[in-house]
Each structure stands twice: as structure tokens, then as C-alpha cells.
Ligand binder design. Structure first.
Ligand SMILES: Nc1ncnc2c1ncn2[C@@H]1O[C@H](COP(=O)(O)OP(=O)(O)OP(=O)(O)O)[C@@H](O)[C@H]1O
Ligand SMILES: [Mg+2]
Length: 426
């Protein structure tokens, strides 16, 4: 069912910015809100190879800080006219799938015959947040998935109805607090403020799924460098997310080991000649592979394309089998829907759709960002779905932010305590 708690769109004319800290690349997009429903026009972009960050964890703060500043400056310069010379300050950042955890709860609120208001729904959401609050997890998303009144399920919008008990099924996503704090420290050094966090697969889905897919049930799989994360959408909402710690980096690494070449050569060979499935013609095609540590054509040897793809395919099969096992374990059953959308930089090998279809047994399509106007061609591919979706998230779904929910729920002693805790931690 569609979420009906009050949607808050960023006001027309406001500027929003996203910083996507990936394992392979760092990207910053700046956009302006151009209508009253969170529509966005991109006004600045910057991206470069990731440095100092691995799987969303800061491993070298000086190097990461420098890379973030460079990326942000490039986007700022492009957006200078819209920004009127002011530096970028507020950014939404991604929480990598590996650090996020998905929890489903049901929360009851006594209504006692009164009309149900938005505040009642927010109380239920706040109660779900209370259940997951621990010292080592940070709240990222709180999403109402379905409502029932006095046991009658399937209610689209309970506001304005009456009953004794409102039950809300809620999807909460939390992130690893210490990794997020390190990331926040690094970002603050770059003179930026984090105004929102969004989980990577959620952002990838918001960017690349069409509305019917989100409504009817669809899984988006974001194939990054260090991990493959995925989110299930149903009735317009994200109802589940998870990840596996294997991605395009592992494929490249397998090639470097298997063909005894450098990582850089393996990356180039993968992109130029790789495929997800071996075909009979691949036996006759030869590829020159530079030997490790040797220069010039003397240091090259030839291998068949089928040997290369024979290295790639098992790793990709492993990724889809791990994803399938997690989806099977999720207990979502029919709610998973029949469709899968593949996105992320590592989804770009030829025949990837066919391989995914064989293993996942779903209808599969390739996805890229579709909800931003003015996205330059260089950053309009699947590697930038998460970056794009961070902007869509902050422009249209800020009502799902845990702090926002706490602000608008009632102020029992727990909530006051939580708000203090939130402020002290951030
Ligand atoms: N044309 C291509 N064909 C195959 N793989 C590609 C291609 N272009 C990029 N990749 C792979 O995509 C991966 C990078 O994807 P992406 O930019 O989505 O990762 P990331 O967001 O930085 O990482 P993560 O989300 O895991 O932190 C790399 O492993 C790279 O080898
Ligand atoms: Mg990514």
C-alpha cells in the first residue's frame, strides 16, 4: 500500500547536494528543485577515483578528505551561477549496504475511538525506532509499510478513520555508528554538514525504478566495486534491504590473479573483453595480456577470451547465488515480485542480464538514473544510480528521516532523551 503520511517536498528553487562515497569512485551531484513535487535539475557534478575509503569505511582520513574536497570543488565550480558563489555546505551521504541493517516491526497505538491523525502514525514510527535503538547502531530510515485498524489490514491511509487500535508495519534501517561517526568526522573536515543519510541500495532504487515497479514489487540490485547491495520495493515503499560483500573489485582481482597481470590491466581487460557468460565464439578470440612487471610487447602473452570469461562467470554466479539465498531467507515470498533491476558500475558487462535471469529466476532489466533532469552523459550510467537517488531521496522523502519523525512525534520522556542522544552523537 502507498505511504500516505505527509510527504514533504523540498521547496522549489532550493539547492540539494549528494556525496556518494563508493569503493571505486567518489561522486558529488548538486541539483536545484524545479517544481513543487521534488523534481530536480542537475547543476553541478564532480567525480573521481575513490581514495582513502574502502567499503564506506574511512581508511586514510587525509587522503579521503583531499579526494572529497576535489570532487566537491568540481561540482561547486560547475554550479557557481546557481550557488551565487557560496560554497556547498549541506550534503546527503550514502550509508553503504554492508553497514546497513534492515528490521521489520509492527507498532500498536491506542486510538480509543478518536480520529487517526498524522501524529498517531508518527507515534507508531517513533515506537519502532525505540525498539532498534542501541549504542552501536544509528537510525537511517523509518518507513511505514502497511496499516491496519482493529485487525482490518490493507488500509491505504488511516488518517481520518476511527477505531480503537492502529497497527503500523514499519521498516527500519540502521547503520553502524562508529563507521558513520568516522565518516562524519572526515566530511566535517571538508567543511560540509551531513543533513541526511540514505542507504545505498535504497537510493539506487529511488533513482532507477519506474513507479509501477516500486508499486508491484521489484528488487533493485546495486552492483558496486566492494559489495552488491539490494533493496526490495513493494507498494511504493522499500520493505527490505541487504548486501553481500562481493562486487566488481573481486571480479577484477580474480582476473589479475588468473591471468597474472596488474590490477589496472585486469580492469581494462575486463571492461574491454569481459562478459558474464561464455559463448562458443570466445574460444577463437585471443586477447593480449601484459605480464606482471614487464613492459612492451615482449612482456605480453595471449589468452583466449573464453579463458577470461571463464574467470569472470563463476564470480558473478557466486554474487547472484548469494543474493538469491538472502532473498529466499527474507521470508518475503510473493512480496518479492517478479522483477529485478540491475544497476551499479559492475552491472555493465555484456550478458549480465541473462546470467541474473538464469540464477534469480526473475524478469531482469538493466537500470540507470531516470529521475534527474540535466544529468551530463558522463554521469548518466548505472554507476551513478546511487548518487542520483540520494538527491531524489532528500528532495522527496525527508519525512522518512528518523530525526524528523522524533521532532514531530509527541515528547514523552523517552523522546526527549532520544533527541538529546541524537544531538550529542552528531
Ligand atoms: N564497463 C564496465 N564493465 C564492467 N564493469 C565495470 C564497467 N565500468 C565499471 N565497472 C566496474 O564497476 C565497479 C564500480 O562500480 P560503482 O562505481 O557502482 O562502485 P562504487 O559505488 O564505487 O562501489 P561500492 O558501491 O561497492 O562502494 C568497478 O568494480 C568496475 O570495475
Ligand atoms: Mg556504490
Amino acid at each position: 500500500m502507498k505511504q500516505k503520511t505527509q510527504t514533504k517536498f523540498q521547496p522549489r528553487g532550493s539547492v540539494v547536494a549528494a556525496l556518494d562515497l563508493g569503493t571505486h569512485k567518489i561522486a558529488c551531484f548538486i541539483a536545484q528543485v524545479v517544481d513543487d513535487e521534488g523534481g530536480l535539475e542537475v547543476v553541478g557534478v564532480g567525480y573521481q577515483a575513490a581514495q582513502g575509503i574502502k567499503n564506506g569505511v574511512v581508511v586514510d582520513i587525509d587522503v579521503a578528505d583531499k579526494a572529497i574536497r576535489n570532487t566537491v570543488h568540481t561540482a561547486e565550480n560547475m554550479a557557481a551561477e546557481i550557488m551565487k558563489g557560496y560554497p556547498l555546505r549541506d550534503v546527503v551521504i550514502n550509508v553503504p549496504g554492508l553497514q546497513a541493517q534492515s528490521h521489520n516491526f509492527s507498532a500498536d497505538i491506542q486510538i480509543s475511538g478518536q480520529e487517526i491523525t498524522d501524529l498517531d502514525i508518527r507515534r507508531a514510527l517513533a515506537r519502532a525506532q525505540e525498539q532498534v535503538l542501541t549504542n552501536d547502531r544509528e537510525l537511517i530510515h523509518t518507513i511505514p509499510v502497511s496499516h491496519s485498524i482493529d485487525g482490518n489490514a490493507g488500509i491505504l491511509d488511516p488518517r481520518g478513520m476511527t477505531g480503537d487500535k492502529l497497527e503500523v508495519n514499519i521498516h527500519v534501517v540502521t547503520g553502524d555508528l562508529s563507521s558513520l561517526q568516522n565518516m562524519a568526522t572526515c566530511i566535517e573536515r571538508s567543511h560540509l554538514d551531513i543533513v541526511a543519510l540514505a542507504s545505498s541500495p535504497y537510493a539506487a532504487g529511488l533513482a532507477s525504478l519506474v513507479e509501477d515497479e516500486m508499486d508491484l514489487g521489484c528488487t533493485v540490485i546495486d552492483m558496486g566495486a566492494g559489495m552488491t547491495s539490494f533493496a526490495v520495493f513493494q507498494s511504493g515503499q522499500m520493505i527490505y534491504s541487504d548486501s553481500v560483500p562481493v562486487g566488481g573489485w573481486h571480479v577484477t582481482n580474480d582476473i589479475a590473479c588468473g591471468l597474472t597481470c596488474s590490477y589496472a590491466d585486469a580492469e581494462r581487460i575486463k571492461t574491454l573483453y569481459g562478459s558474464a557468460i561464455v559463448s562458443s565464439s570466445d574460444d577463437s578470440e585471443l586477447i593480449d595480456v601484459p605480464r606482471l612487471g614487464e613492459n612492451g610487447s615482449d612482456g605480453e602473452h595471449s589468452v583466449s577470451r573464453s579463458l577470461l570469461i571463464g574467470i569472470i562467470q563463476p564470480r558473478l554466479e557466486e554474487i547472484f547465488e548469494l543474493v538469491k539465498a538472502k532473498l529466499d531467507e527474507s521470508g518475503l515470498g510473493q512480496n518479492l515480485g517478479r522483477r529485478v533491476v540491475l544497476t551499479g558500475g559492475a552491472s555493465q558487462l555484456p550478458a549480465m542480464r541473462d546470467l541474473a535471469q538464469q540464477i534469480l529466476d526473475k524478469q531482469v532489466r538493466l537500470g540507470r538514473p531516470i529521475r534527474l533532469n540535466g544529468l551530463p552523459d558522463a554521469v548518466s550510467g548505472p554507476a551513478f544510480s546511487t548518487t542520483s537517488g540520494l538527491l531524489n531521496y532528500v528532495a522527496t522523502r525527508s519525512h522518512e528521516m528518523p530525526a524528523e519523525i522524533m521532532e514531530s512525534a509527541d515528547s514523552g520522556s523517552f523522546f526527549e532523551k532520544f533527541k538529546r542522544w541524537w544531538k550529542e552523537n552528531w
